[in-house]
Design a binder for this molecule. Structure first.
Ligand code: ATP
Ligand code: MG
Length: 509
């Protein structure tokens, strides 16, 4: 299909949408046009209104005003069921799969016909198997959805959408938890969908991914569209400028002086999942940890934080044996973790953001009431710095966008004055400007003498902040790279035992 014909028909239209929550204008006249058979990127800072737009399109919420078009249908609101029947499917970051069911059962879920009998059910099973195959999974595998990797779960969600004959698939931050191998795989499937005439709306804070996969990109700011551009004619710098209204300079944040040894691990292991982990972390340094999903990075973090046990080796904190039996014990010893799954970091959604931020410190220091007031002011300053929207300690996380909740969760631990701070994917889900601020705070904490372990699969992030990087593979530290050795090639080789070219070829084969 030629470009021109593809664009003459719109698969999805949003015109002049307005949505307010009290005094907040989540959408302030937002527009979007998605052509049939196009991959359309949607970007914007945290709180720009992306998810609100998606929720309106999918029927989850009703706009105050504005018009929608899905295929030939036009109106101001479609119910979720109607939107689905019109061919719209939405894939959120939190999978809607049932972990204990198999692949085919998940695809068929909610669609099984109680009537219709044996033949019909068999046809349904066959068509389910067909879409599962189409996204590159094996329908005959005797696995349940819960055992799939995050990437495979997303592929299964796509299969589900295909089985419902979706003509437009919206993905709200689909690659947040995916490594490079998985991202390549997901992109291959998305391209296949586009070639079959399906439209994909792709929302992500990873601008290089958005540029790579999209035909066109719409940039939102403050509830409105700033511009829609051809991906070919755009680049990261111009997207950032449209998103935040200014250019962003990336600062070199390395070069610190290393202090005394703080945390030491000697041959630490957990079954076969973590093996033989030995290293020493010094005050004032930022050590990066990377590796594929499942290589043991997050598990190592949870062991350090007392959230999981270890059964081999020893740990020492300032020379004293360290064997935390719970996160509370770890916090009491000055060890903190910003978990990857920040939804489970249990923000008190109905308590002010400021209170959430001072909470961790209260646990470790038992603050008096007088100090609490000052702490609250500091929390407010940190919120302004990370550009939390709105930047008020009284604001409830429940009414914040996903990325802004993440910032509050990160601020909580940045504020906790830990001696050892472990951050699991601190850049995930937050916009590029906030990420820069988070990295600056990480750097300042190191300068003040904190020892930091930063887990990230973004090589650029590690290049920016880490003094050295551990690359994990199958539960072990497979390589330690000095700052100037951290290149995409070195990291990928150590993480997979193969070159990027081989990996990409393997995925495509
Ligand atoms: N239920 C709600 N109550 C009050 N305000 C809300 C609610 N949902 C969203 N908002 C506000 O609407 C604005 C847009 O939020 P939205 O979730 O659409 O942003 P987003 O672009 O998806 O951000 P992110 O990149 O962080 O996911 C934010 O300022 C948010 O605080
Ligand atoms: Mg969102």
């Amino acid at each position: 299909m030629g470009e021109e014909t593809a664009r003459t028909t719109c698969a999805l239209v949003a015109a002049d949408l307005v949505k307010t929550y009290g005094a907040t204008r989540a959408l302030d006249g937002a527009d979007l046009e998605v052509a049939a058979g196009e991959v359309h990127g949607l970007v914007g800072a945290n709180g720009a209104g992306k998810s609100t737009l998606v929720k309106i399109l999918s029927g989850a919420i009703r706009p105050d005003s504005g018009e929608l078009g899905i295929g030939d249908w036009q109106g101001s609101h479609a119910s979720p069921r109607q939107a689905q029947e019109l061919g719209l499917a939405t894939i959120y970051q939190e999978a809607s799969l049932v972990p204990s069911l198999g692949l085919i059962a998940n695809v068929m879920l909610g669609r099984e016909s109680t009537r219709g009998g044996f033949l019909r059910r068999r046809r349904d099973r066959e068509s389910s198997a067909e879409v599962i195959r189409r996204v590159g999974l094996d329908p005959t595998a005797r696995t349940v959805a819960g055992e799939l990797s995050p990437a495979e779960q997303q592929l299964l969600e796509i299969a589900k959408a295909l089985h419902r004959e979706a003509r437009v698939i919206i993905m709200d931050e689909p690659t947040a938890a995916l490594g490079i191998e998985d991202t390549v795989r997901l992109f291959e499937v998305i391209k296949g969908l586009r070639d079959a005439g399906v439209s994909v709306v792709y929302i992500s804070h990873r601008l290089d991914d958005v540029l790579a996969i999209s035909d066109r990109i719409t940039v939102m700011r403050d509830g409105r569209r700033v511009t829609t551009v051809e991906a070919d004619e755009s680049d990261e710098a111009s997207l950032v400028k449209a998103m935040i209204g200014r250019a962003l300079e990336r600062q070199e944040l390395r070069a610190r002086s290393r202090g005394a040894a703080v945390l030491e691990l000697r041959r630490v292991g957990q079954g076969t999942r973590l093996r033989n982990i030995s290293f020493t972390l010094h005050a004032g340094e930022v050590v990066g940890v990377t590796g594929l999903v499942g290589s043991g990075r997050s598990r190592l973090a949870r062991v350090l934080f007392g959230a999981e046990p270890f059964d081999q080796g020893e740990m020492f904190l300032e020379g004293e044996p360290y064997r935390p039996s719970s996160p509370a014990k770890a916090i009491a010893r000055g060890v903190a973790l910003v978990p990857e799954d920040r939804k489970r970091d249990a923000l008190l959604l109905q308590q002010g953001a400021g209170k959430n931020i001072v909470l961790a410190k209260m646990i470790s220091n038992s603050l008096g009431l007088l100090r609490l007031k000052r702490e609250n002011q500091e929390a407010g300053a940190l919120m302004r710095r990370l550009q939390v929207k709105p930047p008020l300690p009284s604001a409830l996380p429940a009414s914040m966008s996903g990325g802004n909740q993440q910032k509050v969760s990160i601020a909580r631990w940045l504020h906790a004055e830990a001696q050892v701070l472990v951050l699991d994917e601190p850049g995930q889900g937050v916009d590029i400007a906030a990420k820069e601020q988070i990295f600056e705070v990480i750097h300042e904490l190191a300068v003040q003498g904190c020892a930091l372990l930063v887990i990230s699969q973004e090589i650029e992030e590690l290049q920016q902040i880490a003094d050295r990087v551990f690359v994990m593979r199958r539960g072990e530290i497979n390589a330690e790279l000095a700052a100037d050795e951290v290149t995409e090639h070195r990291v990928v080789e150590a993480a997979m035992g193969a070159t990027i070219e081989e990996t990409v070829k393997g995925v495509r084969a």
